[in-house]
Structure formats: structure tokens, C-alpha cells
Design a protein around this ligand. Structure first.
Ligand SMILES: [Zn+2]
Length: 336
């Protein structure tokens, strides 16, 4: 996995007026945070990367949908979130602590569930003391998107991993609308000017294309280069959507890619998932069953145990073999 590209500080627009004045989370009506006022309810926002890697940052419940939209939108536009062990990665959120290094200690926005640290290693906190060393992998359009939704970017004061909510809880619906508008605008700016995308193209547009191909079930590595594998995936996608299979992404193919992946129609056979080998949460046995089956297995085991307990109590059966027969009969009778 490659390092992410970085941008100089001059590449970024200043904060929009609506969020220029920084206040505390408490002053904006969120939980006061550390040391004794955590958010009333935290929600883990689940975001899945094209390769299946899942991120679950925890935020105040009232921000969950907005953060989910921003993280998904950021990835759809071609930026990749990364895990702590991957180059430039690390995604953090709720953390009940003061601001690191503050003296006297002041509550961090992370302790109010209103801040996220995105790709921490690629965005070290350097700028305050070492302006020459400023380093950020956050694309300027990403900062613009999050800022439109009310998130102040730490890069403006030297902490490029950090995004914190500057609006009030009651502003969140408007922030969501603004985020959608900004997403569409950036989408057009990044991809709309180019009429076609074809073999030989490079960059964020190609990354976004590869993410969309994956989302539609045409697997291809998200590498930002339009090579033979991407071309083959585009042709397969086009053929499957009744388009001319020329491997060139023009307006029609683009529109089909932008659409939500098709749900299987009632006549289609159900998708076949490889059976994962998972331990049962209840008994720890390795089972060759899909997750839904695991759940049923657990429930069935509990029902079985319950039946055993009842049989033991009601019938005073001590002989194991006869108990097994009784259980078998109970199953046949539909008691379980
Ligand atoms: Zn932070």
C-alpha cells in the first residue's frame, strides 16, 4: 500500500465565515465532555472501504448521519481512509480526555463526541511549531466538503488530522443539506470537466472510478491508474448494463456508475456467499455457517438448554440417553 499524496498549506482555502470563530463544544450545546459530562448517547458510524475494511468511529448520536455521509462521500470522491497499521492511517473519534498538552487541562472536543482524527499518521500535528514541516494528506476538496458541513479543520492551526463540529445540534439538518450540495459541486468539479476517462488516465478521478466499479461488483484494485485491469472491468460493467463495451467512461457509463448498484430482481438467484468459518458466540464451536446461521445456532442452543433444564426439573430424568430421546421427541412435536 502506497503513501498518500500530500498537499502544501497554500493549497487550502481559509475557513468559511460560518465556522471561523472557534468556541467550545459546550458553548455550542453539545456535551461538555471531560472530566464529567460525556455525550448522552454515542453511536459507532460504520463506514466500509471498497476492499471491505470497516471503520467505526464513535460520535455523538446527533452527528452520526452527517459523519457517515461525509466519510462515505470523501471515499466516493477518491480519498482513502486507512487503518492504524496502514501507511498514513489511523481513524480516531470519541476519547474522554483533555486536550493533549493543555495546562490547565481543557476538555477536548473528542470528549464531547464532536471531533474526528482522520488518517492520523499522514497528518501529524506539526505546523504550530514547525510551519516548514506542515504535512497533510487531506485533499483540499475534502477540507472544503467537511467545512461546508460545519467541521473546522485542525490544519488551519496546525493539527491536520483533526476535524471538529463548529455548529449547534439544531444546525445539523442544515449542515447535512449543505454537505450534499457541496458534495455535488466537488463531484462536478473533479469529474465533470473531463468528458471521458480511458486507459492511461491517472489520479483521483481514476481512484473514484475504481471505487465505483467495486461498489457495483466489478472488482479492481484502487490504485489510481487506468490500466488493462480497469479497462477490462469497465468493459464488463458496460456489457452488464447494455452499454457499448468500449472500455471508455463517457457520460452514459458515468451515469450508470453513479447510480446505486442494482438490487437483485426477484427472479434472480440469491447471491451465493462463501460460508465463513466463525466461532459460535455461545458455545465457541467452529462452524461452517454464514453469520445468520450462527445466530440461529446460538438461539437454537439456548432453546435446547432451556428444554433440557425444564425436562430435568419437570420429569426428573437422570438417564442421559432417555433424556436425549425425550429431547428428540420434543423437537418433532415443535416444542423447541
Ligand atoms: Zn483530534
Amino acid at each position: 500500500m502506497n503513501r498518500l499524496p500530500t498537499f502544501p498549506r497554500s493549497a487550502y482555502l481559509p475557513p468559511p465565515a460560518a465556522i471561523r470563530r472557534r468556541t467550545t463544544a459546550a458553548a455550542r450545546g453539545w456535551a461538555k465532555g471531560w472530566p464529567n459530562d460525556p455525550p448522552a448517547k454515542l453511536v459507532a458510524v460504520e463506514v466500509t472501504r471498497a476492499d471491505g475494511r470497516v471503520f467505526r468511529p464513535r460520535v455523538d448520536e446527533r452527528l452520526a448521519n452527517l459523519v457517515g455521509f461525509l466519510m462515505s462521500g470523501t471515499m466516493l470522491l477518491g480519498y482513502e481512509f486507512r487503518g492504524a497499521k496502514e501507511p498514513d492511517g489511523g481513524v480516531g473519534s470519541y476519547d474522554f480526555r483533555p486536550i493533549k498538552g493543555s495546562n490547565p487541562p481543557k476538555p477536548s472536543n473528542h470528549s464531547s463526541g464532536t471531533a474526528l482524527d482522520l488518517n492520523t499518521k499522514g497528518n501529524p500535528m506539526l505546523y504550530l511549531n514547525r510551519p516548514d514541516a506542515f504535512r497533510s494528506t487531506q485533499p483540499p476538496w475534502m477540507v472544503e466538503l467537511w467545512a461546508a458541513a460545519g467541521f473546522y479543520w485542525g490544519g488551519w492551526y496546525g493539527d491536520a488530522m483533526h476535524f471538529e463540529m463548529m455548529l449547534r445540534p439544531e444546525d445539523v439538518p442544515n449542515a447535512m443539506a449543505a454537505a450534499k450540495t457541496k458534495y455535488a459541486e466537488i463531484r462536478l468539479r473533479l469529474f465533470g470537466g473531463r468528458t471521458v476517462l480511458e486507459r492511461g488516465a491517472k489520479g483521483d478521478e481514476v481512484r473514484a472510478l475504481q471505487l465505483r466499479l467495486n461498489a457495483h461488483g466489478f472488482p479492481v484494485d484502487v490504485v489510481g491508474r487506468f490500466g488493462p485491469a480497469t479497462e477490462a472491468a469497465v468493459k464488463a460493467f458496460q456489457a452488464a448494463h447494455g452499454l457499448q463495451a468500449d472500455g471508455v467512461v463517457g457520460p452514459e457509463t458515468r451515469a450508470a456508475l453513479d447510480a446505486e448498484p442494482a438490487e437483485p430482481s426477484p427472479g434472480d438467484p440469491p447471491p451465493v456467499e462463501p460460508p465463513p468459518v466463525n466461532p459460535c458466540a455461545d458455545c465457541g464451536t467452529k462452524l461452517d455457517l454464514a453469520n445468520a446461521e450462527i445466530e440461529r445456532h446460538r438461539v437454537v442452543r439456548q432453546a435446547t438448554r432451556q428444554a433440557f433444564a425444564e425436562l430435568e426439573a419437570d420429569l426428573q430424568i437422570e438417564d442421559n440417553a432417555s433424556m436425549q430421546r425425550t429431547i428428540a421427541m420434543a423437537v418433532v412435536k415443535g416444542t423447541l
